[in-house]
Design a protein around this ligand. Sequence first.
Ligand code: SF4
Length: 318
Amino acid sequence: MPKQTLLKINNLYVEYHSKKGVLGGKITIHAVNGVSLDIYKGEIIAIAGESGCGKSTLAKSLIQLEPVKSGEIFFEGENTLNLNKNALKNFRKKAQMVFQNPYASLNPKMKIIDILKEPLEINTDYTIEKIYETVKEKIKLVGLDESCLELYPHEFSGGQRQRIAIARALMLNPEFILADEPVSALDVSIQAQVINLIKELNQKLGITFLLITHDMSVIKYLADRVAVMYLGEIVETGKTEDIFASPLHPYTKALLNSVPQINKTSKKSLLKGDLPSPADLPEGCKFHTRCPHVMEKCKTCTPLECGASHKVRCFLYE
Ligand code: SF4
């Protein structure tokens, strides 16, 4: 069956302006640089890359938590950047976000019942009974007991708080959830429970997930497809099994090589030097300052994306 596109990103750019430049002048941070990507209905797609590569900014810009400089974002065929206030409100019901830190994302002064009721009170005309019924249904769905509803966030472990944050994201029956490093703030011992919950919600409810993570092991277990991001650009996209079995881009190879569970033979990272500043992007291929295969043309010319289902942006494959 042909895949149905839920969200289509065309040539997206996101920039910040900061006042911290030399002599107090403004500098421009080029966080997302011409990203184009299709996200298919019902899949879990992961955006991989080092911290600072622009993956969280990309996710936030998709639901307009970050302003977009240019480009298009189509959700179910409509450009979300042109929506009026009501249509934007509807889009935000369908697209929810789960943040990295469940300690910061839940209001410590609110009981869990109130945290979960809030989206329904703001966005629906449900009766009180229907609101309570929905809250109980969602809290069960994330594997917690109704008895937790009268408690406050500080009375829970990190894993339980992340379940509550996921329950809140589920309140309006979203079709799409962006999960930004959903397990990286949790103890390793409980990460697997939250990872399994995401898998279960994807399989049982058909929710599409965009997973933002630097953890290649989480991606290997959870994602159907992977897009690898470097300095605000997607440099490789493909099915998870293809990316892990035969990575093409030198940056993807270096990322995978740095994960000991995945590559048991190599302990040394192939990544040389630091990630360049997104305020001062290298010319040509943005990876050329760290690439072991750099050629003269890589320093001045930008490689185009090539390939069909497994795509790469590198002169070695053009
Ligand atoms: Fe390396 Fe050149 Fe490929 Fe960039 S285009 S990844 S510098 S070989």
